[in-house]
Design a protein around this ligand. Structure first.
Ligand SMILES: Nc1ncnc2c1ncn2[C@@H]1O[C@H](COP(=O)(O)OP(=O)(O)OP(=O)(O)O)[C@@H](O)[C@H]1O
Length: 327
């Protein structure tokens, strides 16, 4: 396999703030790699170090076999988080403008179609909706048909249908051999798109792997959440471990979580609730997902950093069931 992105022990501090602390990763050609992590974890700084818009204090970054600043710009597409093109250009003019920067650019009309903006092609950028603006920005990174594409939060502010347009586009690009590095706070996006995910916390990549491997290693067991005001102690005679659910927000019963339970065994819990006169308003079963992993690992890093004691229920914050899995 050909390494297209290589970061070795990257360090970057801003005054007292450590933005990168020994970040090391390798991304192969054609991979979609998702960088996830809490606000301030260092994702943007890592992308900037890899694209040559910031110099690390130590360590080495190489992309497409070269130092980031030495790479042929025709081969690279970069969508920064805060990219804001001129307002008084239409979507079409914007892509024409960016296409004009390259000798061998794609037809901007094709790019407009790719990002789903044909109907808004003649609308000024400032009059596009936030999501349409973001799609136009994604388009601007595609005019040179890059081999390596960095997308910093590409779908932030885009509605669900538009998000799927961008997801399909990223999948097509990757199928065609483009290497894509994206940062996202959307775990469904990372789980759907990424061949591998890197979780950045406090400037270090604390976990890397396929979504499936990360979920298997860090996701814990499947769980059944019961909407009930009953205490976990009321379930002492149930054959499964039961904990209090994390804060479930307004308008929800407090809730308890039954762990290590397969869906076929939900009937046992229902029988138990009824035999013990325990009132409940709903049950939802969920497999661990990338969000579970994220919360577990980000929380573990936070505990380590602050010296906060583990209460023995490290996954308690991760009890939200996945949509569509309500029993
Ligand atoms: N130019 C800068 N000057 C000073 N501090 C900076 C600068 N860039 C980043 N930082 C700090 O470095 C840390 C990492 O920031 P970074 O933007 O890389 O995080 P992030 O993971 O991308 O966050 P988010 O998810 O909020 O976008 C933060 O504490 C941030 O305040």
């Amino acid at each position: 396999m050909e390494a297209v992105v290589e970061a070795t022990e990257l360090e970057k501090t801003y005054g007292e703030t450590v933005a990168l602390s020994g970040a090391t990763l390798t991304i192969e050609r054609g991979e979609v790699f998702a960088l996830i992590g809490p606000n301030g974890a260092g994702k943007t700084t890592l992308v900037r170090a890899l694209t040559g818009t910031t110099d690390p204090d130590a360590g080495e970054a190489r992309i497409l076999g070269d130092a980031p600043r030495a790479v042929d710009r025709d081969r690279l597409g970069v969508l920064p988080q805060d990219f804001s093109p001129p307002d008084r250009l239409t979507a079409r003019e914007l892509l024409d403008y960016y296409a004009g920067l390259y000798d061998d650019a794609r037809d901007p009309a094709d790019v407009l179609a790719d990002v789903g903006l044909v109907d808004s092609a003649d609308t000024w950028y400032e009059d596009l909706s936030g999501g349409q603006q973001r799609r136009a920005c994604v388009g601007a990174t595609l005019v040179n048909d890059p081999d390596l594409l960095f997308l910093d939060e590409p779908t932030t502010g885009i509605d669900p249908a538009g998000r799927r347009t961008v997801w399909r586009l990223i999948e097509e690009l990757a199928a065609g051999g483009t290497t894509v590095v994206l940062t996202t706070h959307d775990m469904a996006e990372a789980e759907r798109l990424a061949d591998r995910v890197g979780l950045l916390a406090d400037g270090s990549l604390v976990a890397q792997g396929t979504p499936e491997a990360l979920i298997a290693e860090h996701g814990g067991s499947s769980r059944l959440t019961i909407d009930t005001d009953a205490e976990p102690a009321a379930f002492d005679d149930l054959e499964y471990p039961v904990d209090q659910a994390a804060d479930r927000g307004r308008n929800r019963d407090a809730g308890v979580v039954v762990r290590e339970i397969d869906p076929e065994a939900i009937g046992i819990v229902v029988d138990y609730l009824e035999a013990n006169d325990l009132a409940y308003t709903g049950l939802s079963w969920a497999e661990p997902d990338l969000e579970t992993v994220y919360l577990e690992l980000a929380d573990a890093t936070e505990r380590e950093r602050t010296g906060r004691l583990d209460n023995g229920d490290a996954t308690a914050d991760a009890d939200r069931p996945r949509a569509g899995e309500t029993a």
